[in-house]
Ligand binder design. Structure first.
Ligand SMILES: *Cc1c(COP(=O)(O)O)cnc(C)c1O
Length: 287
C-alpha cells in the first residue's frame, strides 16, 4: 500500500528494488519488528524501536538512525499512507555484499525497509478462542533475537495450520517455550505463568505489557517455565502477540481446555489490555 521507507527515504513501493546479494535475502541476516497501529496511532512504539536496537546489537548490525528519528519516520509513513488500523513491518539487513558467510569487511550500509498494511483486530477469534497444536521446538538457541531467520517458526506454524490450528505451541522436551510468533501464558489455580525472558524465547512487547498490567492489578503472575503436562491440565491458556493481542486457546491438540471457552482471567486481561491501548492511543475507540 502506497509509500515505504527505503534506506531512510519515503518512496513509492514500486520504485524499490532489493539487490539479489542483499544478506537479508541470501542469509536471513537481519532483524525485524511488527508494530500495531490503532486508528492511526502507533502502540508501544518506543518499546518496539528499543527492541530493534537490542536485536541489532546482538548480531552486530548498527541501525543508522537515532531512535527518535526512526520513530518520527514511522509516524510519517503511517500518515502518508492514511493507515487507520493495521501494522508497520520494518526490517533491517546487514546490507549488500558479494556472497560469503563472514560479515563484510569493510562494513557496508545496512538495508532498511518499512511498510504499512491494514489489518483489523481479530475480534471474533479473540472472543471465541482459537486452537493450538503442541510442536517440538527445533529452533536455534538465540530465540531472544527477532531475526529474519524464521524457518523453524514457519515450519511450526505450517504444522499447526495443517491441523486446522491457529498457532503452534512449541516445547523443548518437556518445557513449553513459546508460540511460533507469540508468547504463551497458562493459568492454574488463579496464578499466571509464562516462560522467563531468556535465550529460548522472544521477549514479546505484548508479553511485557501483560506482565505490567498484572503487577498494577494485583493479578498473580510468575515468569517461570512450565511443562507440557502443565499446559495440558491448565485452567486457561492464552497466547500474546502484537497482531493477536491476547488470544485465548480453548483447545490444545484437540483436547478441550477448561470448559472450552475463554477463561475469566483471560477475559479480564483482554479488557485491561484494551484500556492500555486507549491510554496510549487517545483517539481509539475499541470494544
Ligand atoms: C514477535 C514474536 C513474538 C511476540 O512479540 P510481540 O512483541 O508481542 O509481537 C513472540 N514470539 C516470537 C518468536 C516472535 O517472533
Amino acid at each position: 500500500m502506497g509509500k515505504v521507507i527505503f534506506n531512510g527515504e519515503l518512496v513509492e513501493r514500486e520504485n524499490v528494488k532489493v539487490d539479489i546479494e542483499d544478506r537479508g535475502y541470501q542469509f536471513g541476516d537481519g532483524i525485524y519488528e511488527v508494530i500495531r497501529v490503532y486508528n492511526g496511532e502507533l502502540f508501544t512504539k518506543k518499546e518496539h524501536v528499543q527492541r530493534l536496537y537490542e536485536s541489532g546489537e546482538k548480531i552486530g548490525i548498527k541501525i543508522p538512525y537515532e531512535k527518535d528519528v526512526l520513530c518520527k519516520k514511522l509516524e510519517e509513513l503511517v500518515q502518508e499512507n492514511h493507515l487507520e488500523t493495521g501494522i508497520i513491518y520494518l526490517q533491517i539487513s546487514r546490507g549488500v555484499s558479494p556472497r560469503q558467510h563472514g560479515y563484510p569487511t569493510p562494513e557496508v550500509e545496512p538495508t532498511f525497509v518499512a511498510y504499512t498494511k491494514p489489518m483489523d483486530r481479530p475480534e471474533d477469534l479473540m472472543k471465541s478462542g482459537a486452537k493450538g497444536l503442541l510442536v517440538e521446538d527445533i529452533r536455534w538457541l538465540r530465540c531472544d533475537i527477532k531475526s529474519l531467520n524464521l524457518l523453524g517458526n514457519i515450519m511450526a506454524k505450517q504444522k499447526a495450520a495443517e491441523s486446522g490450528c491457529f498457532e503452534a505451541i512449541q516445547h523443548r522436551g518437556e518445557t513449553v517455550t513459546e508460540g511460533s510468533s507469540s508468547n504463551v501464558f497458562i493459568v492454574k489455580d488463579g496464578i499466571l505463568k509464562t516462560h522467563p525472558a531468556v535465550n529460548l524465547i522472544l521477549n514479546g512487547i505484548t508479553r511485557q505489557v501483560i506482565l505490567r498490567i498484572c503487577k498494577h492489578n494485583q493479578i498473580p503472575v510468575k515468569e517461570e517455565s512450565f511443562t507440557v503436562d502443565d499446559i495440558k491440565t491448565a485452567d486457561e491458556i492464552f497466547i500474546s502477540s502484537t497482531t493477536s493481542e491476547i488470544m485465548p486457546i480453548i483447545q490444545l491438540d484437540g483436547s478441550v481446555i477448561g470448559n472450552g471457552e475463554p477463561g475469566e482471567i483471560t477475559k479480564k486481561l483482554q479488557k485491561l489490555f484494551v484500556e492500555e491501548i486507549q491510554k496510549e492511543c487517545k483517539n481509539v475507540v475499541l470494544q
